[in-house]
Design a protein around this ligand. Structure first.
Ligand SMILES: Cc1cc2nc3c(=O)[nH]c(=O)nc-3n(C[C@H](O)[C@H](O)[C@H](O)COP(=O)(O)OP(=O)(O)OC[C@H]3O[C@@H](n4cnc5c(N)ncnc54)[C@H](O)[C@@H]3O)c2cc1C
Length: 331
C-alpha cells in the first residue's frame, strides 16, 4: 500500500498534539492534510491515568504561568471537565485522529519529507510534530526493585489503593497530589522526600500537604534517602539511610517525574545539548520541518497544559510562515 500523504503529521494525542491540530485547522489547513496518531484508545491518556479523579487541574502549574496566545486555554477546572474540553475540541474541529497506533520511527527522505512508520502502516508528511510527552515513561529509582513486588510498587495511580500503609516518594506536585489523594482514600501515608523544603511545589499543593501534616494525616520524611527496597510477605520493605530498622509498607508510589524519550528523538536524528533536545524558533528541531511540542519543549521536568497550548500556537504560526503558507491560503 502507498503511504498516506499529509501536510502535518502529529504524533501523540495529548494536550500538545490536540492543540497543534486545532491550531492547524484554525490556520486553514484542510482536515485531510492534518492527522494525529495516538497510541492508546483515547486522547489525553496521561491525564486519564496520571491525575487523581478529584484533582483540580490548575491553569498555572509548576511555575508555568498561563499565557493565552492561542485558540485553546483552560482555567482552573476539574479533571473530567478538562477531558470534556479536549474531546469537544476534537469534535468541534472535525479532526482526523488514528487511535491504537504507535509511531515507531521517523525517517527523513531525500525530498525532505518524513517517512513515518507505525505498528499499523506508513505515512509521508511535509511537517512532522512529535508530541509524545514525557509522562509515559516515569523515572525509576537508582536502586533495584524486587520484581515479585510489582503489584505493590506503582508509578501511576491506576491501582485502587485504600486502607493501606503507603509510602509516596518524591517532592514535586505529583508527589503532593498523590499523597493527598491517598490520604483521602483512608490510607496511612508517609511522604519521603530527599530535600528539606518543597520549593518546586505549587503553593496550593504545598499548603494542602503541610496542613495534612499538621493534622497528622500525612507524615513527611524530609531529607530522606532510600537505600534499597526488598521483598517481604506483607509488602515492600524499605531501608532508609541513617535508620537501622527498615519499614514495611503495603504499597510504594513513586513520583519521580518523567524522562524525555531520548532514544526515540535521537533515532529521528534530533540533536541534544546535554539532557535536552536542541530547539529553534517555533520549537523546530535541527531537522527542518521536524518540530517538538508540549512537555518535550519545556525542559527535563515537563511543562503544563497551557504551556502546550501557547507553544502550539507559536509553532503553527512558524510552520505557516515558513512552510505551508500556500496550503493555508488555498483552503
Ligand atoms: C500528576 C500530574 C498532575 C498534573 N497537573 C497539572 C495541572 O494541574 N495543570 C497543568 O497545566 N498541567 C498539569 N500536569 C502537566 C500536564 O499534564 C502536562 O504538561 C501535559 O499533559 C503535557 O502534554 P503533552 O501533550 O506534551 O504530553 P502528554 O499529555 O503526555 O501526551 C502525550 C500523548 O502521546 C501519546 N504517545 C506517546 N508515545 C506515542 C507514540 N510513540 N505514538 C503515538 N502516540 C504516542 C501518549 O499516549 C499521550 O496520549 C500534571 C502532570 C502530572 C503527571
Amino acid at each position: 500500500m502507498m503511504p498516506e500523504e499529509l501536510e502535518i503529521l502529529i504524533i501523540g494525542g495529548g494536550p500538545a498534539g490536540i492543540s497543534m491540530a486545532v491550531e492547524a485547522r484554525f490556520a486553514g489547513i484542510p482536515k485531510d492534510k492534518v492527522m494525529v496518531i495516538e497510541k492508546t484508545d483515547r486522547i489525553c491518556w496521561s491525564i486519564i491515568t496520571q491525575y487523581p479523579d478529584n484533582k483540580l487541574v490548575t491553569a498555572n502549574y509548576k511555575g508555568f504561568t498561563a499565557i493565552h496566545h492561542g485558540i485553546m486555554r483552560i482555567g482552573d477546572i476539574s479533571k473530567s471537565d478538562s477531558l470534556s474540553y479536549f474531546n469537544n475540541a476534537l469534535f468541534e474541529n472535525d479532526m482526523n485522529i488514528r487511535y491504537n497506533e504507535t509511531v515507531a520511527r521517523i525517517g527523513l527522505a531525500d525530498d525532505g519529507k518524513f517517512d513515518v512508520v507505525t505498528d499499523k502502516g506508513e505515512y509521508r508528511a511535509g511537517i512532522c510534530v512529535v508530541a509524545i510527552g514525557i509522562l509515559g515513561k516515569p523515572n525509576r529509582p537508582e536502586y533495584p526493585l524486587p520484581r515479585t513486588m510489582r503489584s505493590k510498587i506503582h508509578f501511576d495511580l491506576t491501582a485502587p489503593i485504600a486502607d493501606s500503609d503507603v509510602l509516596v516518594v518524591g517532592g514535586g506536585d505529583t508527589a503532593a497530589e498523590r499523597a493527598i489523594y491517598l490520604s483521602q482514600q483512608n490510607n496511612s501515608v508517609i511522604l519521603s522526600y530527599r530535600g528539606s523544603d518543597f520549593h518546586r511545589m505549587h503553593p496550593d499543593n504545598r499548603q494542602a500537604l503541610l496542613s495534612l501534616e499538621t493534622a497528622e494525616k500525612i507524615t513527611i520524611f524530609r531529607n530522606s534517602i532510600i537505600t534499597g527496597v526488598e521483598r517481604s510477605k506483607t509488602g515492600p520493605r524499605v531501608a532508609f539511610a541513617g535508620h537501622d530498622q527498615p519499614m514495611v509498607f503495603h504499597h510504594i508510589v513513586y513520583c519521580l517525574g518523567g524522562s524525555t524519550p531520548n532514544d526515540f528523538l535521537k533515532g529521528a536524528g534530533i540533536e541534544f545539548e546535554g539532557e535536552t533536545p536542541v530547539i529553534k524558533d517555533g520549537y523546530e528541531t535541527n531537522i527542518p520541518g521536524l518540530f517538538l511540542a508540549g512537555d518535550l519543549t519545556a525542559g527535563t521536568s515537563g511543562g503544563s497544559i497551557n504551556w502546550a497550548f501557547k507553544a502550539a500556537h507559536e509553532s503553527i504560526k512558524h510552520i505557516i510562515e515558513s512552510y505551508l503558507g500556500d496550503t493555508a491560503a488555498g483552503a
